[in-house]
Each structure stands twice: as C-alpha cells, then as structure tokens.
Design a protein around this ligand. Structure first.
Ligand SMILES: [Zn+2]
Length: 271
C-alpha cells in the first residue's frame, strides 16, 4: 500500500494514497504540519518521515474516515470538536467504508480489514475558528465553514495566499449525512470564503483534480440558490445505499452542462 507525493512549492507537498485521496504536508522553518491523513491504507507516518526531518503535528479538516485514517499514528492531533460525533460515526462504520472502497480499488482486494491503520480513539485537541498555528516563517489560520460537516475547517496560509477548501467546496460537495448542515447554513460558509477571496490565489482540495480556480466557489454558491429556490434538477442518485439528490444532473460524474461545482444533498437538507 504505497503513497506518492508531489512537491508543489518550497513549503507544500501533496501526498496521495492508493484510494486517490490527498493530504498536504506543510513545512515551515520550525516545524511541519500534516493537513489530514488520507484513508489509513499504509504507514503514512513512515512515509512522511522520508519527506521531512521536522517534528510533524496533524490538523484534521473534518472527521470523515478518508481524512482521519492515519491520524492515530501521530502523537499531536487537532480537530474542531464540533466534528467529534462525525469522527465517532465514521469510526463505528469503518468496516462498511472499507468494504465500499474494496469494490472500487483493486489493491484493497488483497488486504484485510485488520491490516489497515488503527482508528483514532483518543479525542483530538481542540481547534477554534480563526485559530493560528505558527510553523516558523509561515502560519496556518483555521476558518470554520460548516456544511459538509458541522465542524468543517479550511486551513489558510496567508504568506502563500493559499487556502485548502478540502471537502468544504468542490466539484461534488456532499451534504448527505445526518450531521451535514442544511443548505442555508452552508451558503453562509461559502459567503465567508467569498468575502476573503482576494486573500488567496491558490485553492487545494483532497479529491479529484485536487485544485481549481475561483469560479468553482461561485458555481457552488449558485447551486445553493438553485436548491433554496427549488430551481435545481433534484436528480436522484444513490450514495452509500441512500438516495440523495444532484443539484445539476451529472453524466459520468460530471455536470451535464460541463461546468464544475455541484452539491449532492439529502432531501432534508434542502432548506
Ligand atoms: Zn468529507
């Protein structure tokens, strides 16, 4: 179970696991931070050790298994505690997610559930909205953006004019779980990201193309309005055995109009 990496600039390295999920190693002059920890398929701590000599702590952007999967390997782990119920839920359903991943990732068919990394059982240290982490010559500021999960956070590096949208805003934003917020709350989070738009030039995410231009944010905001005004396609699709709805109908996973940015939501989140 191998990881690969790509150095994006002097400070940031993208690490990708066999499921295609990315996390980011951010190195300052004093210490390094790992933003998320992928799915837990392979020894991420050992892999990170080949990339940096610095002490590494972990920030989790939210509590989903594909971001917290290797966090238990590290001593110093932070997460917004509004996501503790999300973490607990995904820990409890970890075998189900593993079996779902096995269906689409050939390399996972050769391993058993016992071979993946242990679950994060200890409670991570708290992160509050606007909290700053000092890495030396660069800082990470945490922006709370509830939606995908109640405690979703976007890390932002002012010195590099870089923000990590993570799962907060992407090509198929999921508002699909009981713990996801409704669309109105989510729209307010996007307005916050829009208000600070002149403070960042680079956007990174953990899935798919891993990056995008600023148009994506406008397109996802437009999706919120379509849902709130009942003008969306409301096209049903099945995710993890549950029927949810595509704001704009997708064909082969992409919006039928060719644009990027979509919301997949449970019907009770539409308000
Ligand atoms: Zn997620």
């Amino acid at each position: 179970m191998k990881y690969t990496h790509e150095k994006l600039n002097e400070h940031i390295t993208r690490i990708t696991d066999i499921a295609g999920v990315a996390c980011y190693l951010v190195e300052g002059s004093k210490r390094a931070c790992l933003l998320d920890t992928c799915c837990g398929y392979g020894d991420l701590k050992e892999y990170v050790r080949t990339l940096t000599d610095q002490a590494v702590f972990v920030i989790l952007t939210h509590g989903h298994y594909d971001h917290t999967g290797s966090a238990a390997l590290f001593d110093e782990v932070y997460m917004n505690q509004k996501d503790l119920p999300v973490l607990e839920n995904h820990n409890r359903r970890r075998l189900f997610f593993f079996e779902e991943d096995q269906k689409s990732i050939p390399a996972l068919k050769e391993i058993t559930f016992e071979m993946i990394n242990p679950l994060l059982e200890k409670i991570p240290s708290e992160i509050k909205d606007t909290q700053m982490f000092d890495l030396g010559n660069i800082h990470i500021k945490m922006i709370e953006v509830p939606g995908h999960t109640p405690g979703m956070m976007c890390p932002y590096i002012p010195e590099l004019k870089t923000i990590f949208f993570g799962d907060a805003c992407g090509t198929s934003v999921l508002l699909h779980e009981e713990t996801s917020t409704d669309v109105s709350t989510y729209k307010n989070s996007l307005i916050r990201l829009k208000q600070m738009e002149d403070q960042y030039d680079v956007i990174y995410r953990n899935h798919g193309s891993y990056t995008n231009d600023k148009q994506l944010l406008d397109n996802v905001m437009e999706c919120c309005d379509m849902i709130l005004h009942h003008r969306d396609d409301h096209h049903p699709t099945i995710m993890y055995g549950k029927t949810i709805y595509e704001t704009i109908e997708r064909i082969n996973g992409k919006r039928k109009d060719g644009k990027e940015g979509n919301i997949l939501y449970a019907s009770e989140k539409a308000g």
